[in-house]
Write a protein that binds this ligand. Structure first.
Ligand code: SF4
Length: 61
């Protein structure tokens, strides 16, 4: 499983990267990017990031 960012929606707030820096980083374009797949180890933090994104830009694929 992998998280997916809708860059049209992302406002670059950095929440996802603060909650789960292993998986998310906000780039110079001020949009989040996904760095790795969802694993057992990072699943909880990834779900926190997904549910806490203020604009709902993170989904799973
Ligand atoms: S939490 Fe949502 S809006 Fe904020 S940087 Fe991450 S994907 Fe973008």
């Amino acid at each position: 499983m992998r998280a997916k960012i809708d860059k049209e929606i992302c406002i670059g707030c950095g929440y996802c990267a603060s909650v789960c820096p292993e998986m998310f980083r906000v780039g110079e374009d001020e949009k989040a990017t996904v760095l790795c797949d969802v694993t057992q180890d990072n699943k909880n933090a990834a779900e926190d990031a997904m549910s806490g994104c203020p604009v709902g830009a993170i989904s799973e694929e």
